[in-house]
Design a protein around this ligand. Structure first.
Ligand SMILES: C[S@@+](CC[C@H](N)C(=O)[O-])C[C@H]1O[C@@H](n2cnc3c(N)ncnc32)[C@H](O)[C@@H]1O
Length: 216
């Protein structure tokens, strides 16, 4: 297989990219620990013991496993089996039995409308072909008044110089698809999809947008 064919395949199969990087991702420390803890704390102020939560793109399960004691159940999904294998191992080690893991893409996941109290996406929306479709699906899956908790990398604000580099990195199979999102338009798109933003925060670096939004 030529390098071009390999790159084309990597582009068509994002799960392969994340499978390849799962072990490295699991070992890498959180880049902004204080910011991460602040987001966890804010989220937990909205959680309660009867809630059923869905997470898209759960990765190695860190956030789901931290929130698990605060809710009834978390259904954590990701398209990468490599990521999920690590997540399942961590759940067993931590004796956490109210988180289930399922291999599913955002695009392919299906459940009845209004099934969940909370839907979470962390470091995911900027990786999707169609983030608006994901936000619309989130809205549909939430109960009336349900919560969308999302943290999204917004390199369009903080690192505009990256724009020409990303397609090259993707072509070489070194990077996944990364959208050039900006915080302000992203927040407006989420509101336009039928949410009221109740908490909005950009960490010091302004490379991300964290928000808690309620389905209206
Ligand atoms: C940057 S990692 C974030 C993982 C985790 N949420 C966290 O905050 O550490 C992105 C994750 O999204 C998953 N992912 C990428 N595209 C996806 C899609 N279309 N559907 C579901 N998961 C996806 C990847 O497999 C990867 O685990």
């Amino acid at each position: 297989m030529t390098m071009t064919q390999q790159a084309e395949m990597a582009m068509r199969q994002p799960s392969k990219f994340w499978d390849r990087h799962a072990k490295g991702y699991a070992k890498r420390p959180v880049s902004d620990q204080a910011g991460y803890e602040r987001k966890l704390k804010v989220t937990q102020q909205y959680l309660s013991p009867e809630m059923n939560v869905l997470e898209f793109g759960c990765g190695t399960g860190t956030t789901a496993l931290i929130h698990a004691p605060f809710v009834n159940h978390i259904h954590a999904t990701d398209l990468s089996e490599g990521m999920l294998a690590i997540a399942r191992e961590k759940a067993v080690k931590g004796s956490i039995d109210n988180v289930t893991f399922e291999r599913a893409s955002v695009e392919g996941f299906s459940a009845d409308d209004a099934s969940f109290d909370v839907v979470m996406t962390h470091s995911l929306l900027h990786l999707l072909e169609d983030k608006d479709a994901a936000v619309a699906k989130t809205h549909r899956l939430l109960k009336p008044g349900g919560l969308f908790v999302s943290s999204t990398v917004c390199i369009g604000d903080a690192m505009p110089w990256l724009r020409p580099v990303l397609p090259i990195g993707r072509f070489l199979g070194l990077l996944p698809l990364v959208r050039f999102l900006r915080a302000e338009p992203l927040a407006r798109d989420i509101e336009a999809a039928g949410f009221r933003i109740e908490h909005e925060w950009q960490p010091g670096s302004r490379k991300a947008l964290f928000l808690v939004a309620r389905k209206i």
